[in-house]
Design a protein around this ligand. Structure first.
Ligand code: NIG
Ligand code: FE
Length: 399
């Protein structure tokens, strides 16, 4: 069985999948193959009715970082807020201190362990953001470490430059100078050296104003990089409207998204990336406007937001469960959110995210009897095999 649109989950029963090299060449009912499978292919792998989905796409992570923030979490459990900790120089900045002190090797190694955990849950593509370096050298170190994660963990990695994640301490009295650095030095260098596929920012009271954020989005666009934005996570700053103005691939978080923000995203086809694990871990009570997004036909993606501050979660399947239990999404919507819509959030909608001839052969093969199980079990071991660019974890390259 494979998944496609129309029937629930787009399921095709008694299906066959053809792969040549790294591409899907056939996806459809077994009976519509021109001849028997053995006559069509050099190697036939019989899955005995197993469910096959597109490889999962985790389209929003901060996978590269050093240290952890368990101590701050302990303080939050005693009543301190995320914002209070951030304003006191902790939060993102404590991870910046640890990440600056770590070598590229150490960063690549620890991120690869987290990516491997995700791969064991069917992930084939992971987006990884920088944003804990906050100077050119350390941001580049993070992006180079992110590239190494792909080889180590056998996943496709997309990299996003997030220099505008927090104001580094050395610029605390000159915000404009830091934005100048991001726009005039970091973005041009990162674009020239092809160290990132997109640029992100954090538009929020504890990070950057809409005016500051706009400078970053404009500089990214001027250098030919698509943009994404952390928007409306803790308050309504108008980030989603700003993101849409720059034809952003996605606006992410969105708990405080306004009706005007929904409409702006609908106009530009900007994907709403919801991060239910961060909502859960911050004990947020305001939910993103899922029904309004549905009504406006804004595609909804789901991601882990794996990071040490707001979502120490390296489990995409738990994120699917939380999307259903906390945001009232259906298991089918959640799965589409971590496949088809997540691919669009990365600008890769024509390459991955669905099972269609011509796309990259990225599949997850599951030990389940109902696809709702992917969002249902918490902590179960459901994956049977993964194929990425035509290469199976268990069988090696498919012919
Ligand atoms: O997606 N919102 C900003 N960035 C991260 C948190 C990063 C951190 O706290 O270290 C997020 O929640
Ligand atoms: Fe994030």
């Amino acid at each position: 069985m494979v998944s496609r649109s129309m029937t629930p989950y787009g399921a095709i029963r008694d299906a066959a999948i053809g792969i040549v090299g790294d591409r899907l060449t056939f996806v459809g009912p077994l009976k519509s193959l021109p001849a028997g499978p053995e006559d069509c292919a050099q190697t036939v792998i019989r899955l005995g009715g197993a469910w096959v989905t597109p490889g999962l796409v985790d389209c929003h992570t901060h996978l590269v970082f050093a240290g952890n923030r368990a101590g701050e979490w302990d303080a939050r459990m005693r009543g301190r807020s995320y914002e209070e900790i951030a304003f006191a120089g902790g939060g993102i900045l404590s991870t910046v201190r640890a990440t600056r002190a770590a070598s590229e090797d150490v960063l690549a190694e620890s991120a690869a362990e987290r990516a491997s955990a995700m791969a064991r849950q069917g992930v084939t593509t992971i987006e990884v953001k920088s944003g804990y370096g906050l100077d050119l050298e350390n941001e580049m170190k993070m992006l180079r470490a992110a590239a190494r994660v792909g080889e180590r963990a056998h996943v496709r990695v997309l990299r996003t430059f997030l220099g505008a994640h927090a104001l580094p301490p050395e610029y605390k009295d000159d915000r404009a100078a830091y934005i100048d650095l991001v726009c005039q030095q970091m973005i041009p260098t990162i674009a020239r050296e092809k160290l990132a596929d997109a640029v992100d920012g954090f538009c929020e009271t504890i990070a950057f104003t809409p005016t500051e954020t706009e400078r970053v989005l404009a500089a990214a666009s001027a250098h030919g990089l698509r943009v994404k934005l952390h928007a409306e996570q803790l308050s309504d700053s108008g980030g989603a409207i700003l993101a849409a103005k720059y034809a952003a691939l996605s606006a992410d978080h969105l708990e405080y998204l306004s009706d005007a923000g929904v409409a702006a995203m609908a106009r530009t086809g900007t994907v709403a990336v919801l991060l239910p694990a961060a909502f859960y871990f911050l004990r947020e009570t305001r939910k993103p406007p899922v029904e309004a997004l549905r009504r406006a036909c804004v595609p909804i993606a789901i991601a882990t937001d794996c990071n040490p501050g707001t979502s120490p979660v390296a489990s995409p399947l738990i994120a699917l469960n939380l999307a259903c239990t906390l945001f009232e999404m259906t298991p089918e919507e959640a799965l589409a959110g971590m496949t088809r819509n997540a691919a669009h959030a990365l600008g890769l909608g024509s390459e991955i995210g669905t099972l269609e001839a011509g796309k990259s052969a990225d599949l997850a093969i599951w030990n389940i009897s109902d696809p709702a199980e992917l969002a249902y079990w918490i902590g179960a071991d459901l994956l049977r095999d993964r194929i990425i660019s035509g290469r199976s974890d268990k069988h090696g390259r498919t012919p």
